[in-house]
Design a binder for this molecule. Structure first.
Ligand SMILES: [Fe+2]
Length: 237
């Protein structure tokens, strides 16, 4: 057993994450040292920026599986879906790229623009058994100083806080919000969102912050029990 990381850009050559095989393997070394036993790999699916073809993602996933060493975490394929037209088409055709073998999927929204129908659409998805995981809610400006909105959104998705943000590496306001969401219990889970080896080292500092502030049992809940529950199809309270 070990930690389960729901968000990373470990797959090489697909987006702004690992550029090559060597970096992917160095990241897996670092993630193993962090205590991660299952690594979800979530390349961007973002129409305006990074939209690698699914065949390319599958090919890269298979290549990394073949290179993976025994001490590395196991890999689970998924994607980081941007809330855009491509994603909405996939909702309609029931082809959202989910965590493989799970009803859960990872989704992000633009930091400065809260989609007006977000909660309604996510609610509809939960009604059909899906478990939406909202990536890095600490970035979303509409939630800053609006716990009421955060609470209503949290009822229809699992909030995934970025560990480097908790340690202050994603900006001062983001750090304040990441810590706030963890402290008031709205964070469902934490993840590295690793794009490079340095992000894994920053994530270690995020785990240390949780350990010191809320105790190791909270770290285990957020980075082990909760992500396992999410992958099993549960939306944590
Ligand atoms: Fe990401």
């Amino acid at each position: 057993m070990g930690y389960v990381d729901l968000h990373s850009h470990v797959l090489f050559g697909l987006d702004d994450g690992a550029p090559d095989r060597a970096t992917s393997l160095a990241m897996l070394d670092a993630l193993a040292s962090l205590g991660v036993s299952e690594q979800c790999v979530t390349p961007h699916q973002k129409a305006s920026q990074y939209l690698p073809a699914w065949e390319a993602i599958e090919t890269t996933f298979a290549a990394l599986e073949a290179l993976r060493k025994p001490h590395h975490p196991t890999l689970r394929l998924a994607a980081e879906n941007m809330w855009d037209d491509v994603f909405h088409g996939r909702i309609l055709s029931n082809t959202i790229p989910r965590y493989r073998g799970s009803q859960a999927f990872l989704v992000e929204i633009p930091p400065s623009l809260m989609p007006p129908n977000l909660a309604d659409q996510l609610f509809k998805l939960t009604r059909t058994g899906s478990v939406p995981v909202l990536a890095h809610p600490e970035r979303y400006q509409a939630l800053w100083d609006n716990d009421e909105l955060a609470r209503s959104l949290r009822r229809v998705c699992a909030f995934q806080i970025d560990l480097p943000a908790l340690a202050g590496f994603h900006g001062r306001r983001e750090a304040k919000q990441a810590r706030h969401l963890v402290e008031i219990g709205l964070a469902a889970t934490v993840a590295t969102d690793a794009h490079q080896v340095g992000d894994v080292q920053q994530s270690a500092q995020g785990l240390t912050w949780i350990d010191k502030k809320l105790g190791h049992a909270t770290t285990v809940r957020l980075f082990d029990h909760a992500p396992r529950a999410i992958l099993a199809g549960d939306l944590p309270d």
